[in-house]
Design a protein around this ligand. Sequence first.
Ligand SMILES: NC(=O)c1ccc[n+]([C@@H]2O[C@H](COP(=O)([O-])OP(=O)(O)OC[C@H]3O[C@@H](n4cnc5c(N)ncnc54)[C@H](OP(=O)(O)O)[C@@H]3O)[C@@H](O)[C@H]2O)c1
Length: 348
Amino acid sequence: MATKVPVGVLGATGAVGQKFIKLLENHPWFELTEVAASDRSAGKKYKEAATWRQYTPIPDSIKDKTVKPCEPGLDCQLVFSGLDSSIAGEVEENFARAGYLVLSNSKNHRMDTDVPLLVPDVNPDHLGLIKTQRQQRGWKGAIVTNPNCSTAGLVLPLAALYRTLGVRRVIVTTMQALSGAGYPGHSAIDMLGNVIPYISSEEDKVETEPLKILGALRDGAIQQADFRVSAHTNRVFVEDGHTECVSIELDKKASPAEVASIFAGYKSVPQEMKLPSAPERPIIVTEERDRPQPKFDREAGGGMSAVVGRIRECPVFDIRFVVLSHNTVRGAAGAAILNAELMQQVDY
Ligand SMILES: NC(=O)c1ccc[n+]([C@@H]2O[C@H](COP(=O)([O-])OP(=O)(O)OC[C@H]3O[C@@H](n4cnc5c(N)ncnc54)[C@H](OP(=O)(O)O)[C@@H]3O)[C@@H](O)[C@H]2O)c1
C-alpha cells in the first residue's frame, strides 16, 4: 500500500491496547496516529498513562503521544477497541454512528444479529452483515467484532472438522492465562499454587460464539450452526496462552491420523490473500506427546496459529485433542488487525 491508513486504538493503555500498539509498530498498511483511554489517562503522555507490560519498549512514535478521551473526533477513520466492556458498548456505537469503522475486542456487540463476529480464516463472508447493520442502524461507520479469546483458538480446529466431517457435540475445558483478565488481574497470592474454576460469563461465550461464527449468512442474517458446546473455563497460573482440552462427537467418524491431516491442511482466505497478519498455517499440528505448551508454543505463526496436539480417539465421543492459542494475539489484538486487513481487501 502506497500510503498507510491512519488508525486509532481505544483502550490503548490496557493489556489488549498495548498488544495493539506492539503489533501495529511497523505494520505495512496501518499507521497508529491516535491513542485513547479513560479520563484517568486522557491528557497525559502515553508513557505516563500506561503501565507498559510488553517485552519490547514503547515505540518511539507513541511514547510521547497525548492520550485522548474515547470520543469521536480522532484523526483517523478506523479504530481498534480494547475497551473495558463496562463502557465499550456505548463508546463503540458512538464511533460507528460518527462514521468510524470499529474493530472491537469486547463482548458487548459480538452476538448482535447485525454485527459480524469475524474470523477471516473461517467466515470472511460474514462481512456481508455490515450492509444489514447500516440499513438497520443508519450508521455510516460499522462495528465488527472478534471472538472471545478462548473461542478464537477453539474455532479454528472446529471449523476444519465442521466443514469436512460434521460436528454434533463438543466438550471443552480451558486453562486460561492470567493476561486474559487484563492488568493487573488476579493477585499473585490468589494464583500461586492455585486454579480458579470460574471466569465470569466465559462459559456462555465459548458455548455460543462458535455457533454464530460457523453459521451461514443467508438473506442478510446468520443462521447459526446446529451443534452443541459444553464449556468448563478455568484461570491458571500462566502468563500468556490459553490451553483447551476438547472432545468432539462427529457426524462422520475419522481416525486421529485423518483428523490430523484435515487440521494440517486447513487454509483459507487470509492465506490466499497473503494478509500481513495471516499465519502461513492457521492450525499447526504437533506430534510431540507433551505439546502444545503455552511457554513454548504460544508464539507459533507470530501468535496467530492455533497449535493442536495429542489428537487421539475419545472413548465417550469420537476424537479428542489439545489446542493452544495466544490469547492477546489470536484471541484479541492480532484477530482485530487481521479483520481490518481483510476489510481493506474486499468489498462489503
Ligand atoms: N486480555 C485478553 O486476553 C482479552 C482477550 C479478548 C478480549 N478481551 C477484551 O478486551 C477488552 C480489554 O481487555 P484488557 O484485558 O485489555 O483490559 P484492561 O487491561 O483492564 O484495559 C482496559 C482499557 O479500557 C480503558 N477504560 C476503562 N474504563 C474506561 C472508560 N470509562 N472510558 C474509556 N476507557 C476506559 C482503560 O483505560 P485506563 O488505563 O485509562 O483506565 C484501558 O485502556 C475487554 O473488553 C476484554 O474483555 C481481552
